[in-house]
Write a protein that binds this ligand. Structure first.
Ligand code: C2E
Ligand code: CA
Ligand code: CA
Length: 956
């Protein structure tokens, strides 16, 4: 056997200690009597387990129901008792005990009969004495001694039939004698058992089976039906067994038994020498002590199951021994204490097994295991890349995502791998530094950082954060000594898309999506920055593509966008004084200009820019001529905000637009006023048509050779109630921009047709048409309506369009004009030779007439070029067989030259200013009169086209 270790000694001591504790507890219980119930149960078990038969020397003569009914009444006349005695004597009974109350006299004759019988029995009869409790009316309880009356007592023995019951009501023991009424009287059992002893009490052996005691009925006896051998030489107890006589005693094992039977069992106990003995407290204590030692040893060394089985065996052995001793020696050992001890030991063994600390530890460990599993899952399945590294640079855990983000195989990040081979240098350094600093107590925490990772997926932006922590590790399970170790957790995520999105959002917030140029926001920022920086002269130039709206609607938005991109590209290519080019939205652009030295320089710069921007754009297969208007604001005070500056530059731009576009205007106070004026007009314009403030004037068109009115151009006027007559140059562009031109143009057309319907049939009316009208889609119906309402012949109507419709070279415009032609409406090309005039237009559409712009006419007398252009136009028109009319003829000299150049038709102030309808109609009539007059005088027809006759000008 090996020597027990210190731990084992400790366990043994602990076992003994608990054994002693339980033993002391049990002892206290035993001494306190609390184990009595268990003791009685164990005794009863022993009685049942070892039954024994009666000795056959005792018989009970019972007053049973049959006997009572045989006699016919109760109490019996005492003569009946006398008969019973006589019969028993006759049957040679040995001793006769009559357990009937004879303590009061009955009738003298009956009493005498009994007394006589007693006498005949020769003193062999025992009569009972007992104490009876009485309940007095005053509440005082007392006991009354009941002894047979003297008459009987003289002839018999007296025995005590009192019983002693335990707390549970059961009668277990007897006193051999008792004092009744001053005299000591032996117990009935003692008297019958023939036993003399000095014990104060003795215990009845209920192992003696009462059913084995012979019984005969009084009725049978009186009828002589009882065999002699049943009574002969036997001790007889006569007593009541009928339930109604209520002589019953509660005893262990057998329950309620009749008084006579109880006395019989008690008697048998004595007869068989079965008084039960208790070995005494000391033996119990010795037993207890032995059991405690046994238990202590058990608890110290055994496993639960073996401990329990040993305990059960011991308990069984104890009981078996007790049974054996009871059965053989009538020894009644109290084993309740020992059994309790065994139960106690069993419980302790059980408790040791399911030691609470063990339960707790189990719970904690399960918890920890679960937590670890959850954490491992959290790490593994995390959306972020997570890598936990120890001091040695070995991976302790990593997430699935980590490998994906870093584009390394998952196995490279397995537990136990060294980071050297699988992590980017920046991450490695961050991890190592974090652990170092943490160990030295210098770690202050770091905000998330970013790094670039070049991988198979290209360059990615990773955001990462490192958090070191300290872990404790026990050196050995039983020692308290723990050591620190450090780990660092690297968390990272791929924020490439997020950064791109941010950049994109930033770009969208600062740059035009369409052109990529900085937007208004950026422009203002830049202006602010330059204003802050220094004294470099500074200006904002806003630019706007002329008629861009038309380009957009006619060529389509896609084309419009491409054009804007081209414009933006050209703006970016500008260098020198341009500090920034911005796209403010739609066709609005802006430049920041700076660095000029003289103020005149700025105007040159601006003009150069306009010039550069107006060079043809080739978009797709198409060459597009554009004009741009610009407005400039110069920061003279340098106190204006960029917003104010831009607004003032806008005003200048509006002014430039109003002056026909293609130019640049500088901001001046008047411009601001003009803009305000224009805005006021815009508001009034919408109501003007409804309020009938418009009027159509007619400017005569003349045959230059015949000096004869051939028609008139219809020109709109707005008679404003407060501003007076407003010229079309002021309101037409606004009407065009606002869309008002459509109803206004429709009205003008109708009015012109109606007026012209009153003229002579060979006099035509030319009505101006805006591009919007031409492209509106309703033009044909508008024209047809006008012709129908007025009744004018369609040969008399001519529509004038400018070259503007060709800027876009649109099929739509040509289609519209073609449709007009099909409806028999003539179309002339207005302002020919200005803007982007090109003779190629003429091949696209066969106009009826070209109108040579007044700018050529005014130059005719001084410019050979002007004359050459006019000659070319006239020659070409003749070749393609279309008419030519010169506009803006103001002098006779101009008329002369035009005639020389072969131009046949003309209009201008020289022949007549635009005039009201009535006046023009009057002029027509007047001319008619004059012609008729001169024709009759000269005999020539004026309109032969050869004789140049000056038509009276200034009809007004
Ligand atoms: P436009 O079609 O070129 O009209 C000729 C302009 O020249 C008229 O100006 C006329 O008054 C002016 N004019 C005529 N003879 C002379 C001259 O000898 N010397 C000078 N310096 N000017 C002369 P107005 O009436 O102010 O019209 C200006 C423009 O407004 C027109 O130019 C035309 O484009 C537009 N307009 C006028 N009425 C209408 C209309 O009903 N519809 C549309 N869409 N446009 C109209
Ligand atoms: Ca015109
Ligand atoms: Ca014109």
């Amino acid at each position: 056997m090996t020597k027990p270790t210190s731990e084992e000694w400790l366990a043994i001591a602990r076992g003994l200690l608990s054994a002693i504790t339980v033993a002391s507890f049990v002892l206290i219980c035993q001494l306190g009597g609390w184990l009595k119930p268990l003791q009685f149960v164990l005794e009863d078990l022993r009685f049942s387990a070892s039954p024994r038969a009666a000795s056959d020397s005792l018989v009970i003569v019972q007053i049973d129901p049959a006997s009572i009914s045989y006699v016919g009444r109760w109490p019996w006349p005492r003569g009946v008792h006398a008969q019973v005695i006589d019969k028993l004597i006759a049957l040679r009974a040995k001793d006769i005990a009559i357990d009937i109350d004879f303590s009061s006299p009955s009738t003298p004759s009956e009493d005498t009969k009994l007394a006589e019988a007693l006498r005949r029995a020769g003193g062999n009869v025992i009569l009972p004495a007992f104490k009876q409790a009485t309940f007095a009316s005053n509440g005082m309880n007392s006991t009354v001694a009941k002894l047979p009356i003297g008459l009987f007592a003289e002839q018999s023995w007296i025995a005590n039939v009192n019983v002693l019951s335990d707390a549970d009501g059961k009668v277990r023991e007897m006193t051999p004698s008792d004092t009744v009424d001053g005299q000591t009287i032996p117990a009935l059992a003692v008297m019958l058992g023939g036993f003399s002893f000095n014990e104060k009490r003795f215990r009845i052996d209920y192992g003696i089976d009462p059913s084995t005691i012979d019984r005969v009925s009084v009725a049978e006896l009186l009828q002589n039906k009882v065999a002699a051998d049943r009574i002969s030489n036997k001790k007889v107890i006569v007593g009541a067994t009928a339930i109604e006589l209520r002589d019953y005693v509660l005893v262990p094992v057998h329950g309620f038994i009749s008084g006579p039977l109880f006395h019989a069992v008690a008697t048998e106990t004595l007869l068989q020498n079965r008084i039960l003995h208790d070995p005494g407290l000391y033996l119990s204590l010795a037993f207890l002590a032995a059991a405690a030692v046994l238990g202590g040893a058990l608890l110290a060394r055994r496993k639960l199951l073996s401990a329990i089985s040993v305990l059960l065996t011991a308990a069984a052995a104890v009981e078996a021994t007790a049974l054996f001793l009871y059965s053989r020696d009538a020894l009644l050992i109290d084993t309740s204490g020992i059994q309790c001890l065994f139960v106690g030991f069993g419980l302790i063994a059980l408790l040791q097994e399911i030691d609470l600390s063990k339960i707790n530890l189990g719970l904690v460990m399960t918890e920890a295991r679960n937590l670890r599993a959850v954490l491992a899952q959290v790490v593994t399945d995390n959306f972020d890349g997570i890598i936990i590294v120890d001091e040695a640079g070995l991976i302790e855990a990593s997430s699935e995502r980590a490998g994906e983000i870093l584009s390394v195989p998952r196995r490279n990040l397995e537990v136990g791998r060294h980071i050297e081979n699988c992590l980017p240098a920046e991450f490695r350094h961050a991890l190592e530094e974090a652990i170092d600093q943490f160990r030295q107590g210098a770690w202050r925490g770091l905000p998330p950082a970013e790094c670039l990772l070049t991988s198979a997926n290209g360059v990615r932006v990773l955001e990462y954060v490192v958090t070191p922590s300290r872990l404790q590790r026990r050196v050995a399970a039983w020692r308290r000594h723990v050591v620190d170790r450090h780990v660092a957790c690297l968390t990272f995520r791929d924020i490439t898309e997020q950064r791109q999105l941010e950049q994109e959002t930033f770009r969208l917030a600062r740059y035009s999506e369409l052109t990529g140029l900085p937007n208004r926001h950026s422009l203002y920022e830049k202006v602010n920055e330059l204003l802050r920086k220094g004294n470099d002269p500074l200006a904002i130039m806003v630019l706007d593509v002329d008629r861009f709206r038309t380009i957009n609607t006619t060529l389509g938005h896609k084309y419009g966008d491409t054009l804007l991109q081209a414009v933006a590209n050209r703006l970016t290519s500008l260098s020198g004084e341009v500090r920034m080019a911005a796209h403010l939205g739609a066709d609005d652009f802006a430049l920041i200009l700076g660095g000029w030295t003289r103020s005149e320089e700025l105007s040159e710069i601006a003009n150069l820019i306009i010039f550069a921007m107006s060079q043809p754009y080739s978009i797709g297969m198409r060459q597009l001529h554009l004009s741009l208007s610009a407005g400039v604001f110069v920061f003279t005070e340098r106190t204006e905000s960029p917003l104010e500056a831009a607004m003032m530059a806008d005003n200048a731009l509006l002014a430039a637009k109003q002056s026909g576009g293609g130019t640049c205007k500088f901001h001046q106070e008047e411009i601001t006023a003009k803009v305000a004026h224009r805005q006021a007009i815009e508001i009034d314009l919408w109501l003007a048509l409804e309020k009938k403030q418009f009027e159509v004037l007619y400017q005569p068109q003349v045959d230059l050779f015949a000096n004869r009115i051939i028609g008139a151009e219809a020109l709109l006027r707005w008679n404003h109630p407060s501003r007076g007559q407003i010229p079309p140059s002021e309101f037409i562009p606004i009407a065009e921009v606002t869309g008002m031109i459509i109803p206004l143009g429709r009205w003008a057309l109708q009015k012109a047709c109606c007026d012209a319907a009153a003229w002579r049939p060979d006099c035509k009316v030319a009505v101006n048409l805006s591009v919007q009208q031409l492209l509106s889609g309703n033009l044909i119906s508008d024209v047809e309506d006008a012709l129908q309402i007025s009744g004018l012949s369609r040969e008399q109507l001519e529509l004038e369009v400018t070259e503007g419709v060709f800027i876009h070279d649109t099929h739509q415009a040509i289609d519209a004009m073609q449709r007009l032609r099909h409806h028999g409406i003539k179309v002339s090309l207005d302002d020919f030779g200005t803007g982007y005039s090109s003779l190629s237009y003429l091949s696209s559409f066969p106009f009826n007439r070209l109108k040579i712009d007044k700018s050529f006419v005014s130059m005719l007398h001084e410019s050979a070029t002007a004359r050459a252009i006019v000659t070319t136009i006239v020659t070409m028109a003749q070749r393609i067989k279309i008419g030519v009319i010169a506009e803006g003829i103001e002098t006779a000299e101009q008329v002369r030259i035009l005639r020389l150049l072969g131009c046949r038709e003309g209009q201008g102030f020289y022949y007549g200013e635009p005039q009201a309808a009535e006046r023009f109609a009057l002029a027509l009539l007047q001319e008619m009169g004059e012609r008729l007059n001169s024709a009759s005088k000269a005999g020539v027809i004026i309109d032969n086209g050869h004789a140049p006759v000056r038509w009276a000008r200034g009809i007004d």
